[in-house]
Design a protein around this ligand. Structure first.
Ligand SMILES: [Zn+2]
Length: 62
């Protein structure tokens, strides 16, 4: 694999991790809850960004 391919693998694996975490949150019942402050995440935000883990006050994805 080229260096660019390796870089793609790293990025794809990061996306997979985000997907895994989103599925975990769905199963645990915390999908619609901010991982930082515990407040509810806006429904439309989740529709736009299904992997969203935090509310708008805590925009980092993971
Ligand atoms: Zn928050």
């Amino acid at each position: 694999m080229s260096e660019a391919d390796n870089e793609s693998v790293v990025k794809i694996e990061a996306v997979l991790n985000d997907v895994d975490r989103a599925l975990e949150r769905l199963r645990a019942g915390t999908y619609r809850t901010c991982q930082v402050c515990g407040s509810a995440i806006d429904e439309q935000s989740l529709l736009d960004t299904p992997l969203l883990a935090n509310c708008t006050a805590h925009p980092e994805l993971s």
